[in-house]
Design a binder for this molecule. Structure first.
Ligand SMILES: NC(=O)c1ccc[n+]([C@@H]2O[C@H](COP(=O)([O-])OP(=O)(O)OC[C@H]3O[C@@H](n4cnc5c(N)ncnc54)[C@H](O)[C@@H]3O)[C@@H](O)[C@H]2O)c1
Length: 75
């Protein structure tokens, strides 16, 4: 089953590996990170992949994502 998944802190050490794994499994991944301690180098290889999208944003502020399934937001 293919899901659209939001990974907060996705440009960090753990988050970038999680993004790798999820994209590799065929999911659509939105990586959100404010790059406070993370680095774009960690996700450089995923940029351009149709299943991957990076958003620079601080998660303490609300963000509205188009076509994001309600069940994922509420979990
Ligand atoms: N090679 C290695 O073994 C290695 C390398 C790096 C880190 N580590 C270890 O990994 C652990 C740290 O990894 P991690 O992935 O938890 O930390 P991290 O700092 O790498 O990742 C956290 C991510 O969250 C982001 N972030 C923080 N606040 C945010 C906010 N409000 N909004 C959006 N994004 C936000 C940061 O910019 C960062 O990208 C430590 O234990 C460290 O020692 C190991």
């Amino acid at each position: 089953m293919r899901n659209r998944i939001l990974v907060t802190g996705g440009a960090g050490f753990l988050g970038s590996h999680l993004c790798d794994r999820l994209v590799h499994e065929g999911h659509d991944v939105i990586c959100l990170d404010n790059l406070f301690t993370g680095n774009k180098k960690n996700i450089h290889h995923l940029i351009g992949n149709q299943r991957f999208e990076f958003i620079r944003h601080d998660i303490i502020n609300p963000i509205y994502l188009e076509r994001f399934e309600q069940r994922l937001i509420s979990e």
